[in-house]
Design a binder for this molecule. Structure first.
Ligand SMILES: NC(=O)c1ccc[n+]([C@@H]2O[C@H](COP(=O)([O-])OP(=O)(O)OC[C@H]3O[C@@H](n4cnc5c(N)ncnc54)[C@H](O)[C@@H]3O)[C@@H](O)[C@H]2O)c1
Length: 254
């Protein structure tokens, strides 16, 4: 087996898939994990050598315990050097006061509790100088009248990242924890949401890009590049940061 070990949760599609592909191209041995086994296996099989897949739901502590067991067998004494979580739900876009309890809880359960459970399950496997990266969103920093529960969940994820970074910086292994906060990215999940909203054309409509200074979507590969950097020795002094990769959205005058 070659390279250091990385695990990418939610790596079967979208931004997570781009991250798995980038880390593998950079020489990492990558385990792709997804709730949908076929998606994880498609990506891992396509990557070929030094790529593996597992099936797990990030909200299920029992499945994450099994995942930790499988990973321990796979990585052995080499341990895990990079843990990445790209799972997130963003398919519910009503104002927070119009949000029913089930959807509010679902956003928090997947986007926050899942991130907590996954990090907790993988932490014993992490080695010296390891890196943990969660995928957040510009919505974790920007308030607004839509996407209410999602914004709340990503803001909570940002603080989870900072608290984890604070705890693990003091660990003798000096583990770093950061987030990348994407702008608007064309992914299968985002296409599904736009189709459900009746606005499938918005992902290619220049008028819909007006709020983005660079007037274009961010590419999944651009998110993956930032994640790969945060997992690299080049980022050895960076921890507890939420790094926007958003074509200027969070720098915009409104
Ligand atoms: N697409 C965007 O515009 C955008 C913008 C900002 C932030 N984000 C964030 O980026 C991340 C990835 O988004 P995406 O657009 O690639 O999504 P996507 O829906 O295209 O892909 C998500 C992947 O995660 C998997 N997944 C979903 N729930 C899971 C669970 N409970 N357990 C395990 N796997 C699960 C899915 O099967 C899928 O493979 C999310 O956290 C999202 O909030 C996306």
């Amino acid at each position: 087996m070659m390279g250091q070990h990385a695990i990418v949760m939610g790596g079967g599609m979208g931004i997570g898939e781009a991250i798995a592909r980038k880390l593998h191209a950079d020489g990492w041995t990558v385990t792709v994990v997804d709730r949908v086994a076929a998606q994880a296996s498609n990506v891992a099989n396509d990557l070929g050598e030094n790529a593996f897949f597992e099936c797990a739901d990030i909200t299920r502590a029992d499945q994450l315990a099994d995942l930790a067991t499988s990973m321990r067998e796979r990585v052995g004494g080499e341990g895990l050097r990079a843990v990445v979580n790209s799972v997130g739900v963003f398919d519910y876009r009503l104002p927070v006061l119009k949000t029913d309890l089930a959807n509010f809880n679902r956003m928090l359960n997947v986007n926050v509790t899942g991130a907590f459970l996954f990090t907790q399950a993988m932490e014993p496997l992490l080695v010296q100088d390891a890196s943990v990266v969660h995928i957040s969103s510009v919505n974790g920093e920007m308030a607004g009248p839509t996407l209410g529960a999602y914004k709340v969940s990503k803001a909570a994820l940002n603080m989870l990242v900072r608290v984890l970074a604070s705890e693990l910086a003091r660990d003798p292994r000096r583990i770093r924890v950061n987030a990348v906060a994407p702008g608007w990215v064309d992914t299968p999940g985002e296409r599904k949401v736009q189709a459900a909203l009746g606005t499938p054309e918005s992902l290619s409509d220049p008028k819909a890009m007006k709020f983005i200074p660079m007037a274009r979507l961010t590419k999944a590969s651009e998110i993956a590049n930032a994640v790969a950097f945060l997992c690299s020795a080049g980022a050895s002094g960076i921890t507890g940061q939420i790094v926007p990769v958003d074509c200027g959205i969070t720098n915009a005058e409104v």
